[in-house]
Structures are given as structure tokens and as C-alpha cells.
Design a protein around this ligand. Structure first.
Ligand code: IFM
Length: 453
């Protein structure tokens, strides 16, 4: 399968997961530094303190990306490197790290795609209430403005927030991610609305403060529902599931994307959360919905649906023994095409897959190689599904998660998502077989390459 010529091939990472250097050059603590110190919070007591030491080894990592022939690198900025206290005085040393990273990428012919917030919220602001504080959207806007002023001359693609579903769902609802809160529904919705306001103010700040016109989007996740068959009834069942808010949780698509892209909350969410939603004005809804240039979505697996007898979507469970990743996530390539179609249909924006990949139990073999055949097969299947939507012009690029094995949040270093293996004792990088395969894909725009083992 050949992808369109201008399809963008990228790889992704995030600050806390790869940078390490937790106290270098004046960086302040984030909620993840604190969470990692909480006994029992992260598997085996792992922390992101050293991670992949990307902060000091970024030149080597950029070279790995360049050698792969990949044209874009999605990374995030650590808010508390730039503002150690979350707001107030800028830490020039912290900001200049990103300036060096961006220059190195550009010199290597790689587009920087910058995410402003990938979960590492400054601890100092958390101590002032975090996303529950009514000033939190302004704090994020001020930080966004500072980064846009400094890097907007060279960074052309910006994402405001990464996966609000997860940092609110796990971080503020079930307490399994930082900051480890288990808020009431009303408080969780208050925090969620502040995140949406922050996204809107951030997008406006980026456009206002970047010295040249830039593209602004976000990178969210959510549900990736797909039809069990290609019958119009099953497609409609999947669409209904994809676009509905049915549970008192944070995982839906439309609770987040309707206000951000359409300027209104979906009626089913308003009915479900009646009495718990904060009071919002029309001006708030306008703030939440700045024009976006693209819709970034992170997809790993989905659920399949058929139309039930009463015209309601019915979940079709996977058969026993269905393929799954090391994380236990089902392998469901079809979800890519359908998620892109449903998102494009509702929000009319070009879609980028800003993350996709899998955890495998990889190790360096006796010959010094990492033969991750499952990662190649998984990615080939998922890309074949993306390719169908790309052929219709709906999807413009794909970022593999991740360039490096890294700190996988509450799972610590156990889950390896990288195209490049990292030995966490020596920090030696070893490109896996999948890196060679993905390199062929990125260079040729075709996924028809056999496994090179
Ligand atoms: O590692 C995470 C990333 O930070 C956000 N999206 C999902 C990835 C895999 O769990």
C-alpha cells in the first residue's frame, strides 16, 4: 500500500517519560516527581528522575531519528523546566534546552511538533489547587505564550494538551496517575472545564505570541469504536458509540471534542451530568473553541460494535485468545480507519495520528539485536487501516509511539514502547528491527516491506 506523497511520517515522546535530569538547570518538580515518591504509586518504585537522559543525549537521539529518515519529531515541553514555580519568572536555562533541541532537529531536516502539556503539571501550581483553581487556564496561557514567543519562529506545529481523558480520568478520578486524586464528579467536571478553557486560551496565546503564523491543534485520545461488519447498520452502531457519552467517566470523545471543536457540550453529557456541571457562559464556550488547524488523536486499540435489535449499539466482545499486546490491549487495527472517519465527519479537520504503537517484551539478544517482529506486524496492520483513510485525504500523518523505550507512567520501565531499545542501566540505545522497518516505510511511503529479521 502506497501512502500519499505528502503524508508525514513521525515519531513521538514526552518530556517526563524521556528527559530525566529532573533537577538540572533549575527545573522545578512536577506532580509526577511527587507521585513517583508516593510508596506503591508506581510499579517497583520507578521514577522519571533519570529516564532516558534525553536532556543530555538529545543530539544522539535526533541522529537516531534522522538516520531513520523520519521527517517529524513530536515532543513535549516540561512546564516546570520553563517555570519552576509554574508561573512567575522564566527559567532561561530550561527554555534554552528546547531551543537547542529545535535547532538540532531543524539542522537534521526534521520538523519539530511541540506539545505544551503532557501531564507533568508543576507541583507548585498543584499546591495552589491545580486544575481546580479558577486561574489555572490563565496559568497555562501565560506558559504557552512564553514558549510560543521563544520557539514560535522555528516550531511550525503546536499541540496544546495531550490526552485530557487520561490525566483527568486516571489523575483526578481513579487516582492511579499523578496527582493521585479521586475527585467527586462535580469537581472532576470543574477541573475538566478548566482544562478546556486552558486549551482554548493556549491556542489563542500561541497564535498571538508566535512570531510567525503556525498550525495549532491538540492530541487527545478517547474511544476508538469500529463496526463489526461493513453493514450500514453496524457502521451506524459504531458511530453512535463513538459519539456518545454514556458513563460517569472521562473517556468519551465528545465531552472533550464537541466544546473544543463545535463550541457546545453534547446533549447526552449535559443530561448525564445534570446538577454536576459547572455553570458556563457563552463566552466560556467561545474561549474553549478556538479554530484548530488539525485534530491530533492517539489511538492504541478500540471496541467493535453491531446494531442491536432495539436500534442501540451492542458491544461485540473479542473472541477468546484474541491477539493482545504486552499491556493486554487488544490488537484492533480496524479502529484506526473508523476513528479517523468519524472524527473527520464530525469535526471537519485534517486528522493526524499523534500516537500509535504497542508495548512488547523486548530484550537485546545474544547477537546484540532486538527482534521485535510483533511491533512490525502490529504497525503494518494499523498503518494499512490508516492508509484507507489517508487515501481519502482524511489523515495527513502518523507519529509512532515511541522513538525510545521510556518511563511508562504507573507501569514504570516495564512496558517497552520504543522503536529503539534503551538499557536503563547503561542508557545504551539499540535500534530494534522495527526501527529498520519503519525507516523503510518512512523513506518509501509504502508499508509493503517484509519483516527484516
Ligand atoms: O506512554 C503513553 C503516552 O504518554 C500517552 N499515550 C499513551 C502512551 C502509552 O500508554
Amino acid at each position: 500500500m502506497q501512502f500519499p506523497r505528502d503524508f508525514l511520517w513521525g515519531v513521538a515522546s514526552s518530556a517526563y517519560q524521556v528527559e530525566g535530569a529532573a533537577t538540572a538547570d533549575g527545573r522545578g518538580p512536577s506532580v509526577w516527581d511527587t507521585f513517583c515518591k508516593t510508596p506503591g504509586a508506581v510499579r517497583d518504585g520507578h521514577t522519571g528522575e533519570a529516564a532516558c537522559d534525553h536532556y543530555h543525549r538529545f543530539r544522539e537521539d535526533v541522529k537516531l531519528i534522522a538516520d531513520m529518515g523520519v521527517k517529524a519529531y513530536r515532543f513535549s515541553v516540561s512546564w516546570s523546566r520553563v517555570f519552576p514555580g509554574g508561573d512567575g519568572a522564566i527559567n532561561d536555562k530550561g527554555l534554552s534546552f528546547y531551543s537547542r533541541l529545535v535547532d538540532t532537529l531543524l539542522d537534521a531536516g526534521i520538523q519539530p511538533w511541540l506539545t505544551l502539556f503532557h501531564w507533568d503539571y508543576p507541583q507548585a501550581l498543584q499546591d495552589r489547587g491545580g486544575w481546580l483553581n479558577a486561574s489555572s487556564p490563565q496559568w497555562f496561557a501565560a506558559y504557552s505564550a512564553a514558549v510560543a514567543r521563544a520557539l514560535g519562529d522555528r516550531v511550525g506545529h503546536w499541540m496544546t494538551i495531550n490526552e485530557p481523558q487520561i490525566f483527568i480520568g486516571h489523575g483526578h478520578r481513579d487516582g492511579t496517575h499523578a496527582p493521585g486524586l479521586k475527585l467527586s464528579t462535580a469537581d472532576r467536571l470543574k477541573a475538566s472545564c478548566n482544562v478546556l478553557l486552558a486549551h482554548g486560551l493556549s491556542a489563542a496565546a500561541i497564535r498571538e505570541h508566535a512570531p510567525r503564523p503556525v498550525q495549532v491543534g491538540w492530541a487527545v485520545c478517547g474511544r476508538a469504536d469500529y463496526p463489526a461488519t461493513n453493514s450500514p447498520q453496524d457502521i451506524e452502531a459504531a458511530r453512535l458509540a463513538f459519539n456518545s457519552v454514556t458513563a460517569d467517566d472521562a473517556w468519551s470523545n465528545t465531552f472533550w471534542a464537541d466544546p473544543a471543536c463545535l463550541g457546545r457540550f453534547p446533549a447526552d453529557a449535559l443530561a448525564l451530568f445534570e446538577g454536576s456541571m459547572p455553570v458556563l457562559t457563552d463566552a466560556d464556550l467561545r474561549t474553549m473553541s478556538p479554530p484548530l488547524d488539525f485534530y491530533g488523536v492517539n489511538i492504541y486499540s478500540g471496541s467493535r460494535w453491531k446494531m442491536g435489535p432495539e436500534g442501540k449499539p451492542q458491544l461485540v466482545p473479542q473472541r477468546p485468545g484474541h491477539p493482545q499486546t504486552a499491556f493486554g490491549w487488544p490488537v484492533t487495527p480496524e479502529c484506526m480507519e473508523w476513528a479517523i472517519r468519524f472524527l473527520h465527519e464530525r469535526y471537519k479537520l485534517p486528522v493526524y495520528i499523534t500516537e500509535n504503537g504497542l508495548a512488547c517484551t523486548d530484550w537485546v539478544d545474544l547477537n546484540g539485536r532486538v527482534i521485535d517482529a510483533q511491533r512490525i506486524d502490529f504497525t503494518r496492520r494499523y498503518l494499512a487501516s490508516v492508509g484507507k483513510a489517508a487515501a481519502d485525504g482524511l489523515c495527513k500523518g502518523y507519529f509512532h509511539w515511541s522513538i525510545l523505550d521510556n518511563f511508562e507512567w504507573a507501569e514504570g520501565y516495564r512496558m517497552r514502547f520504543g522503536l529503539v531499545h534503551v538499557d536503563f542501566d547503561t542508557l545504551v540505545r539499540t535500534p530494534k528491527a522495527s526501527a529498520a522497518w519503519y525507516s523503510k516505510v518512512a523513506r518509501s511511503g509504502s508499508i509493503d516491506h517484509s519483516l527484516t529479521l
